[in-house]
Ligand binder design. Structure first.
Ligand code: NIG
Ligand code: MN
Ligand code: MN
Length: 318
């Protein structure tokens, strides 16, 4: 495990500079986070594909944070909250568990400082670390925090960690185990899950754990209203939201740069309004983006899509 510091990474935030007034871009606004920085959005990288490798996927997500920052750098600045670079946790030695612990502590520290972290993955093993960071932070003030996990994903990622090493396929089952141990509710929604990409054993585990899910086939524009009602109902039962977006939820034509591209997928047309609903709920504490694999991307389509989602989620409610 190693750390890329915020001060080192800030040098990489370069891009176009325009002569007109009111033409700021992200690379001109981002600052390295410091103790006492006013509350803002805190970007943290998790450069890791050890979980994908353990899950027999295609490596490359370790380069995700760098590719994503490159696309974020040139976005026009429409945001109101300050934006901070907080560095990378790099898992370069196969020791996923240590890297996850480091990321969790880093996230908890940023939350404690009043920031809203956005974590740039990295394989979906990021989710166990992200949730653990939020849990650490909330446990300091609440005995039984009501956390809702919203995952946009073609997969449940509920593989049994008792039968296999922790990986990109196990994070939500790991979280369910920790919740059971702590007597916390496990409130998990998976939007976009595909019958073609999950065995019946995983659907059965989802049912046993009371997971709220919408299949890719149900996630169409005519169904959007119903999906919004279901999302609203899910969000009402919790106080804090952790949003995680596995980019393989999108059709392969929109997101080719992932380990396991979707044959069908769910279109941005449907996902974006749901994300805006989550943003506007006032309960979102933490989000991450998982599975961006620049080595498999085509003309950075997936990285651009991921950057758009981050842009959208950091806008103030209109
Ligand atoms: N995070 C990925 N999870 C999927 C990967 C599936 C695949 O590689 O085909 C899973 O374990 O089900
Ligand atoms: Mn997936
Ligand atoms: Mn996943």
């Amino acid at each position: 495990m190693k750390i890329n510091t915020a001060e080192a990474l800030i040098q990489n935030w370069t891009g176009r500079t325009d002569p007109e007034t009111d033409s700021w871009r992200w690379h001109q606004k981002i600052q390295p986070v410091q103790a006492g920085s006013p509350a803002g959005v805190a970007l943290i990288g998790f450069a890791c594909d050890t979980g994908v490798q353990r899950n027999h996927g295609r490596p490359g997500a370790i380069h995700g944070p760098q590719a994503l920052r490159k696309q974020l750098a040139n976005l026009p600045w429409l945001q109101t909250a300050p934006l901070y670079e907080c560095g990378d946790i790099v898992c370069d030695d196969g020791d996923l568990e240590t890297a996850q612990q480091q990321l969790a502590s880093h996230i908890a520290a940023q939350l404690q400082a009043g920031h809203q972290p956005i974590v740039l993955g990295g394989g979906h093993e990021i989710a166990f670390a992200s949730w653990s960071g939020l849990a650490q932070h909330l446990a300091a003030a609440e005995s039984q925090p009501r956390i809702g996990i919203i995952n946009f994903d073609a997969h449940f990622d509920l593989r049994d960690p008792q039968c296999q090493a922790a990986s990109s396929g196990t994070p939500f089952a790991q979280i369910a185990e920790v919740c059971a141990h702590k007597h916390w509710m496990f409130h998990y929604a998976c939007f976009g899950v595909s019958r073609m990409s999950n065995t019946p054993a995983l659907f059965n585990r989802a049912d046993a754990l009371g997971v709220c899910y919408a299949e890719d086939l149900q996630m169409t524009v005519p169904q959007l209203n119903l999906l919004q009602q279901r999302l609203d109902h899910f969000m009402q039962a919790c106080d804090h939201l952790y949003l995680t977006i596995d980019l393989d939820v999108f059709p392969a034509s929109q997101a080719p740069g992932v380990s396991a591209p979707a044959a069908r997928g769910v279109s941005l047309e449907v996902i974006e309004p749901l994300l805006i609903q989550i943003r506007n709920s006032g309960k979102l504490r933490l989000m991450d983006l998982a599975e961006l694999n620049p080595e498999l991307d085509i003309d950075a389509h997936t990285a651009r899509l991921a950057a758009r989602l981050i842009h959208q989620m950091t806008l103030t409610q209109q």
